[in-house]
Design a protein around this ligand. Structure first.
Ligand code: ZN
Length: 679
């Protein structure tokens, strides 16, 4: 159900599947999107989705199309309308609508931005001009410490980033996770890779630096650009390789405050931490020690003037979206066209919406949920998840591959799991953030300062696993293993995945199975290195692991047998962990659906029983149109199997056979001993 991005403490998920655009509450949806001429036992995916597949067209310029794409588009449009409405009316000063509306309107006021020229940068430029030595350079770097990073950030926007989160060993307190940063190109390999292609990219980046400096009237821009690129290249050489990012144990490097001067000489750390507002901070977790050591050494070895030019360039770059058109255009020429292959910039309003979301995520979230995800929807989702957790309790207790002592730990972890649905119970209080119409630059600067203050203030608070990690208006979900918490946004919990007024059987088969899939990751090979409090530590025994792999081998074989193209079959091993989660999610969501019925029989809708609608909704989730090239790419590189085969997970579930009267003559039939039972 979900696309998954795994790195360190996080699994970022976004719905990847398809149910068509019709809400399950509409009985015609079943008929319109199905192909009832196909026997469910022969091809369940086409029985469920044939109607939709016959009429869908992949939008021009894209290689695939599915429900997620449809929902992202629909939700973005809703968010856009909410923000634009707020900008056009005159909401009460200080209200979420005032802040979002004025932020947007100011960003859109290109005439006003143009007339100010680069004067908004003046005070910051003056501060850079006063840098004369290592101490004043260190102090300035401290002011740029960026808090808009998290466990998924490979390279913070400024020299270092801080992510305030619980530690790897202590779940009660927030700690200071220091992350590498400072590169203008996205990745360290962009600087190091010797291939001609990357060398070409570097010369284009150098030209972009020079052009940006020139726009700011900085003399000798070509020479300075070369020196800035050289400085960044040295930083990149000290950064940790991407491969390390997948290994969370490499990031758990506790440093005391005194360690910085000892292990990373160069930066005057007293000056750095004082100006960062962190004089009293004594404990840190340094994710990439080599980057801290290496970057700090560059403060010693590189000329102060090169550092000052580097800081000037990054200052302009950082604020390019709220500076005159020529600066924004130069930024787009490199980041949009050269790096991302875009043809033309998105219209200003799309950038303005994105900027408003980035600065005021939960204020926009309040506007969104107020209109589209009322408390009743949240309550309905909570009731469904309550049944899923109850079902997991029984499933875990009955697992055959998990030893009794491991089951105890798993059940404790399940009890401690925080699940956020729709929107936070406690919203961020933005009351100290002033958003002023007509001051796009100041708004961005104040919003960043607000977020930084808020994050750093958390260092003095008790860690709160219920702190939201995704904005409600995003179509997506996040699993945070540390702390032990998962969040499913209001943008995700909407039809056709979830309809609080709709058919429960469909809700459980669609969003329910997706949520249950994600929960299973906390208990599988992704989650088995984090305990009930999200602290690092293996909690499976070696025997658990061996029995788990033994049980999984049959699922590898099952998926190896799916060959959508004459020369290409699914790689069962590559997609195994997601298939196990699909199976766990489907089984557990079905148990939960049965629990929700409290012994009653569900109604028949459009000729379909509750169980039939449950499995139908599951299969409809996987609906996706894609080009052959996209299919080939997915099979070769993705850890998720093509939707059709994920839909065929039903073959392992006894209740599906019963619901649809599947018999040995049917093509999808598996003998009971060939049905995989891991969960
Ligand atoms: Zn998954």
């Amino acid at each position: 159900m979900f696309h998954i991005r795994t790195m360190a403490l996080f699994v970022m998920c976004a719905l990847a599947a398809s149910l068509g655009t019709d809400a399950p509450a509409n009985p015609d949806a079943y008929t319109a999107n199905m192909d009832r001429s196909v026997k469910p036992g022969d091809d369940f995916y086409r029985y469920a989705n044939g109607g939709w597949l016959a009429k869908v067209a992949i939008p021009a310029g894209q290689s695939s199309y599915d429900t997620r794409a449809i929902l992202v588009q629909k939700t973005s449009q809703r968010v856009r309308e909410l923000i634009q409405e707020a900008a056009e009316t005159q909401p009460v000063k200080g209200s979420p609508a005032q802040k979002a509306g004025d932020y947007y309107a100011s960003f859109m006021d290109q005439g006003g931005i143009e007339s100010k020229g680069l004067t908004p940068l003046a005070s910051e430029m003056a501060r850079i001009a006063t840098i004369t030595d290592k101490v004043s350079l260190s102090a300035y770097l401290g002011t740029t410490l960026n808090t808009e990073v998290d466990g998924l950030t490979a390279n913070a926007d400024h020299v270092f980033g801080v992510w305030v989160n619980q530690s790897f060993t202590d779940s009660d307190h927030y700690v200071f996770h220091l992350m590498q940063g400072g590169l203008g190109m996205p990745d360290r390999d962009d600087y190091i890779d010797p291939s001609p292609k990357m060398a070409g990219l570097r010369s284009q980046y150098k030209a972009h630096i020079a052009a940006t400096l020139k726009l700011a009237g900085i003399a000798d821009s070509e020479t300075k650009a070369g020196r800035i690129l050289a400085l960044e290249t040295r930083m990149a050489q000290a950064q940790a390789p991407d491969a390390d990012a997948a290994d969370v144990f490499k990031q758990n490097n506790p440093w005391k405050r005194v360690d910085f001067s000892r292990k990373a000489s160069g930066i005057d750390w007293d000056a750095y931490f004082a100006s960062a507002g962190l004089t009293g901070q004594s404990n840190f977790v340094v994710w990439q020690p080599s980057a801290v050591t290496g970057t700090s050494a560059l403060v010693n070895s590189e000329a102060i003037d090169v550092w000052k030019d580097y800081l000037r360039f990054h200052l302009i770059e950082h604020y390019s979206s709220v500076l005159p058109k020529a600066v924004a255009a130069e930024h787009f020429a490199f980041y949009g066209i050269t790096l991302s292959g875009a043809q033309q910039p998105p219209d200003r309003s799309s950038d303005a919406i994105a900027a408003t979301n980035a600065a005021l995520g939960q204020e926009v979230g309040r506007l969104y949920t107020h209109r589209y995800f009322p408390p009743e929807a949240k309550a309905a989702a909570q009731a469904m998840v309550g049944n899923i957790i109850a079902a997991y309790r029984v499933r875990i207790a009955n697992l055959t591959w998990m030893s009794p002592e491991t089951k105890k730990k798993a059940l404790a972890k399940l009890d401690a799991l925080t699940i956020g649905l729709g929107y936070p119970d406690k919203w961020i209080d933005y009351s100290t953030l002033d958003v002023v119409r007509g001051d796009a630059f100041g708004n961005m600067q104040r919003a960043e300062a607000f977020n930084r203050q808020r994050n750093l203030a958390q260092l003095r608070e008790r860690a709160d696993p219920a702190e939201w990690r995704i904005d409600p208006q995003i179509v997506g979900a996040v699993i945070v293993f540390s702390p032990n918490a998962e969040f499913f946004s209001a943008g995700l919990l909407q039809p056709p995945y979830f309809d609080s007024h709709g058919d429960a059987a469909s809700n459980y088969g669609s969003a329910g199975a997706g949520i249950a899939h994600e929960i299973s990751h906390s208990f599988d090979e992704l989650g088995n290195i984090y305990d009930a409090q999200g602290r690092l530590g293996h909690w499976w025994t070696a025997d658990d692991l061996a029995r788990y792999h033994e049980a999984a081998a049959q699922l590898v074989k099952q998926f190896d047998g799916y060959c959508p193209l004459p020369d290409l079959c699914v790689k069962g091993k590559q997609v195994l962990s997601e298939n196990i989660a699909d199976l766990a999610g489907l089984l557990t969501a079905h148990d939960a659906y049965v629990l929700s019925l409290k012994g009653k029989t569900d109604v028949v809708m459009d000729g379909l029983s509750g169980d039939q609608r449950f499995f139908l909704a599951f299969a409809q989730r996987w609906r996706k149109a894609q080009t052959e090239a996209a299919l080939r790419r997915q099979i070769t590189t993705d850890t998720h199997a093509p939707g059709e085969y994920r839909s065929d997970t039903v073959r392992n579930v006894g209740a599906w056979y019963k619901a649809y009267g599947i018999a040995p003559r049917d093509k999808l039939y598996l003998t009971p001993e060939n049905r995989v039972a891991i969960w």
